[in-house]
Design a protein around this ligand. Structure first.
Ligand code: GLY
Ligand code: MN
Ligand code: MN
Length: 505
């Protein structure tokens, strides 16, 4: 039921292109016959998958040379002490390889892809152990033509002399800007101005429709994320410091050699939307927002939020607002189907919130007016969700508006709705987060009250009574199917009853 959109067109059609077991179990033998360390246990899809993706890109991309730079290692404090390596998602999508120092070039006229990199020297191998050759790397992703990285600049200059366009995606790391400037012989400023909108549109159109093999990866990430959230529910006791619970969650993930998909939020001050501090002692009666997700071995993110009561029982006030957020989320999920604009799903969630909060005394007046004016955002100041895939905010580095909006839906200038990252109509195969919340942000309440903003709609006295309440968010990852939607992963306790039962067990 609700089968995800398969890989469209090409050889991958309708087939599950899961890991090639050969890559996973035995590694790949290098020319010297020893097992190269960096390919062993480096899972990737079969080469046909990457060939098919590049073929589909050729059908819609602008003419010329399409340049995809992989990431280099990012130093923490000196070059040989890097952060955990994270590949550029567009490079990995089309070229599969999860190692630093590579670039891919697609010549649209010749219909050929070239992989640029460096063969390991004996000196390299002394430090890293045996490595696959560049040709072996190319073979893994269906590329016969490889070249030394040092020749890439000449190849691009030659293209420039014959009047051919070089298209690249917007870079988001300083190193990539400088490398593109060197390769293209222009200034960093020109690099930033010069990314290709037509290539971006072609890449977004492919990456935003997930294939079956990608959904399987996201569900792998969700299975571990689920374990982490359940462990957090079981260990969020009064007197425990937040980082102790964060450590328990991260241990579950690290035992599987996985990394976080983004810095965790685990905080009793959930009204601070991007609160990455974990140093507070949890108190009986606190609500803790836990927004934690991991990246699967194949590089796909999960992004899950649960809000849990320290002590295992919601108070009457917490319960009323928790059930409101849950009603917002369930109504939003129910509305998801192809053709529906996510902007309208966001507004639906806001209406559900206002309708529930009016009898509690927070808002007065006409619900539609409260939503359309933006007054509701005093309690729900962020967007309902975003696309998710290899990046947790999928493709956001390519330009949020190019990914989340189009000619028919433009971003709202209103506070709150303006933070919505995805407003356009949904398509089968997209995966999105649905993450409504209610927050009491003292600074925001003070500021709006001080200027009398939306005074006809907002009951500031009631908001003031809740100024120490904190925040609530509930977030799941949802696939848009041909006939509706499917919440990905095994369910993670979400109703107040289920969370209380688990915490008290
Ligand atoms: N975890 C980041 C977000 O929910 O968007
Ligand atoms: Mn999240
Ligand atoms: Mn999210």
């Amino acid at each position: 039921m609700h089968a995800p959109a398969g890989v469209r067109g090409g050889e991958g059609d309708g087939r599950r292109v899961k890991w090639d077991r050969q890559f996973r179990i035995s590694g790949v033998r290098s020319a010297s016959g020893s097992t190269p360390l960096r390919f062993k246990d480096k899972p990737m899809f079969r080469s046909e998958c990457y060939v098919a993706r590049r073929q589909r890109l050729l059908a819609t991309a602008p003419k010329g040379l399409l340049l995809f730079l992989g990431q280099t290692d990012a130093p923490m404090n000196y070059p040989h002490n890097p952060y955990p390596f994270v590949q550029d998602a567009s490079f990995r999508y089309f070229f599969g390889l999860n190692e630093p120092g590579l670039a891919g070039l697609i010549d649209t006229e010749a219909g050929e892809a070239v992989l640029f990199g460096t063969d390991p020297s004996v000196d390299d191998i002394v430090w890293t152990g045996p490595q696959p050759t560049l040709a072996e790397r190319g073979e893994r992703v269906g590329i016969r033509s490889t070249a030394d990285y040092a020749t890439l600049a000449d190849r691009l200059a030659e293209a420039g002399r014959s009047g051919r366009a070089v298209h690249y995606l917007a870079p988001y790391r300083g190193e990539t800007v400088l490398e593109l400037a060197r390769l293209l012989g222009c200034s960093p400023e020109a690099v930033r101005q010069g990314s290709s909108a037509p290539l971006t549109r072609a890449v977004v159109a492919l990456r935003e429709i997930k294939g079956e093999e990608e959904i399987a990866e996201m569900e792998d990430a969700l299975a571990v994320t689920r374990e982490m959230h359940i462990a957090a529910m079981k260990s969020a006791h009064a007197g425990v410091v937040e980082y102790e619970v964060v450590g328990i969650m991260e241990g579950i993930m690290r035992r599987r050699d996985l990394q976080l998909a983004y810095p965790s939020i685990f905080s009793r001050r959930g009204e601070v939307l991007h609160n990455h501090g974990h140093d507070q002692v949890m108190q009986l009666g606190d609500l803790v927002v836990n927004d934690t997700g991991v990246t699967s071995a194949g590089g796909y993110a999960s992004d899950i939020t649960r809000t849990i009561p320290v002590g295992g029982r919601f108070s009457v006030e917490q319960r009323a607002l928790y059930d409101t957020v849950l009603a917002m989320q369930l109504a939003a999920i129910e509305a998801i189907r192809p053709g529906v604009r996510y902007l309208d799903v966001h507004k639906l969630a806001a209406r559900v919130m206002v309708e529930a909060m009016k009898p509690m005394g927070f808002f007065h007046g006409d619900t539609d007016a409260i939503v359309e004016s933006g007054a509701y955002a005093i309690a729900f100041p962020h967007g309902l969700g975003h696309q998710i895939g290899m990046d947790v905010h999928d493709m956001e580095g390519l330009g949020e508006d190019l990914v989340g909006y189009d000619d028919s839906v433009t971003r709202s200038p209103l506070f709150g709705l303006g933070y919505l990252r995805l407003g356009k109509a949904l398509k089968a195969g997209m995966v999105l987060t649905v993450e409504p919340g209610i927050y009491f942000i003292p600074t925001l309440i003070e500021a709006w009250q001080g200027e009398g903003r939306f005074a006809d709609y907002i009951d500031y006295e009631t908001f003031q009574q809740y100024r120490d309440f904190g925040g609530i968010r509930i977030e799941d990852n949802v696939l848009v199917t041909e006939d509706g939607h499917r919440v990905l992963g095994e369910p993670i306790p979400k109703t107040a009853e289920d969370i209380e039962a688990l915490m008290q067990a």
